[in-house]
Design a binder for this molecule. Structure first.
Ligand SMILES: N=CN[C@@H](CCC(=O)O)C(=O)O
Ligand SMILES: [Zn+2]
Length: 438
């Protein structure tokens, strides 16, 4: 074993986002620029990774050679990155990736004019996925889930939030959380897991009964497994929406989750303005997702509570919703993050596509979008101490792009696999296009 796990050298440009490990989140104007280390002529940029996968040095090749003269010989792997750009590993702050049975048939219905809630109320949508997921075995779910995680990684994602929520009963919710738990142990990606037993009202039940079931049955069973060390769940979620869980039911579920030691991270103000953002801010939510219908009051509350706003451009795009007022949120000082919202309704797991949509549909700039998909997304999951930017001491999660400027990752609409040369996870080559595509 070498003294260093990896040396990347000769890069044209390294976007650190912030080259300061103490910066854990960025808001408002702070999101207008990213820190970049550029090569000086032939003197490229190096990243040296220690044996624990953390960044030991980041800076010009010449400085690295004078400070660590033997680094090239002592590194287990060396990547020549001449002419290439490097950004931090992307962080996907919101996904629903554990399920079987696609909903391609519903895409046609929606194109013909059916709304998300019309499909849901007709017994499709989440209900369709619940029926299929309840029938599937843990192994079957793991096979499709783990393939999706590799696909996400090949598009540059190195940390991802993964929800349960297609069980809506204790048994299936636990089955889903166990699938996520297995991936936490076995997959290179860093996973933040979320209990979302309140994702919909089970068929034949009511919102009152479902709230009671989540609080009195599902959550205590999960808590027991966490105590026994069988599960390590990070977040509590609820779909706070008209016709699903109302404001008070959502509050009760989130409070119960918080009392069980989970971070509050939920769906709010997506289709109707229920003032979910304000309620979440009052509870000290770490993050609130969607926010298409956030109120001015909700924006002010999130700016002062520090709750991260996770916006999901794929949803607004696919459902033709009015996009969330991201410019207003940024102006007011809300920290904005991005997620793919990968689920059978929004079948997108590529964060470069998400960043592109954020720029075009949500009017974010490219630096804002990159910050939202790295440092702020890590912050929405409580992971920004270790992930989301490149500085000494942080984990070396990197995306190495074969393009003359980092912005190509966002500018290019699709086919990112052609320019993503390497995805590095904690200093390991987790994916390289040279092995899979030649
Ligand atoms: N809005 C609620 N949940 C998901 C959709 C899940 C589904 O349709 O299966 C979302 O965030 O978009
Ligand atoms: Zn969602």
């Amino acid at each position: 074993m070498g003294a260093y796990k990896l040396l990347v050298k000769g890069a044209k440009q390294v976007v650190t986002v912030r080259n300061d490990e103490n910066v854990r989140v960025l808001r408002g104007k702070e999101m207008q620029h990213v820190d970049i280390i550029n090569a000086k002529g032939k003197d490229g940029v190096s990243i040296l990774v220690d044996s624990n996968g953390r960044i030991e040095f980041i800076g010009l090749d010449s400085e690295r050679v004078s400070k660590y003269p033997r680094s090239e010989d002592e590194a287990e792997q060396v990547i020549e990155a001449e002419g290439k750009c490097i950004v931090p590993g992307l962080v996907d702050a919101h996904t629903h990736p554990v399920w079987v049975g696609d909903r391609v048939h519903e895409f046609a219905m929606k194109l013909a004019g059916a709304s998300y809630m019309e499909v849901h109320e007709a017994g499709g949508g989440i209900h369709f996925t619940v029926e299929n997921t309840r029938k599937a075995s843990q192994d079957e779910l793991y096979v499709s889930f783990s393939k999706r995680l590799y696909d996400m990684m090949s598009a540059g994602t190195t940390c991802v939030e993964c929800k349960s929520g297609y069980g809506l009963d204790t048994e299936t919710e636990i089955k889903m959380l166990k699938v996520i738990e297995t991936a936490k142990r076995e997959h290179p990606l860093t996973i933040s897991s979320t209990f979302c037993g309140a994702h919909a009202i089970p068929k034949g039940s009511t919102a009152e009964k479902a709230t009671e079931d989540v609080i009195n049955n599902q959550l205590p069973a999960i808590k027991r497994l966490m105590k026994e060390g069988q599960l390590h769940v990070d977040n509590i979620d609820v779909f706070c929406e008209k016709g699903v869980f109302d404001l008070e039911q959502s509050r009760a579920i989130l409070e119960a989750g918080k009392a069980a030691g989970l971070q509050i991270n939920f769906h709010g103000d997506e289709l109707h303005p229920l003032n979910g953002a304000k309620m979440g801010a009052e509870l000290g939510a770490l993050a609130i997702s969607h926010l298409e219908e956030i109120s001015e009051e909700g924006i002010a509350a999130m700016a002062s509570s520090g709750s991260v706003g996770v916006v999901l451009p794929t949803t607004a795009y696919i459902l033709r919703l009015r996009p969330p007022p991201v410019r207003r949120m940024l102006e007011a000082g809300v920290a904005v993050a991005l997620g793919s919202d990968f689920n059978p309704n929004a079948y997108c797991m590529a964060m470069p596509t998400v960043m592109h949509l954020a720029c075009v549909l949500l009017r974010m700039t490219m630096p804002e979008s990159l910050i939202a998909a790295t440092l702020n997304a890590a912050s929405a999951l409580g992971l920004s101490k270790d992930y989301g930017s490149l500085s000494r001491g942080k984990y070396a999660d990197l995306v190495i792009i074969d393009a003359p400027r980092w912005e190509h990752l966002i500018y290019q609409f699709g086919c990112h696999d052609k320019i993503i040369d390497y995805v590095i996870k904690k200093g390991h080559i987790a994916h390289t296009k040279y092995e899979c595509c030649g």
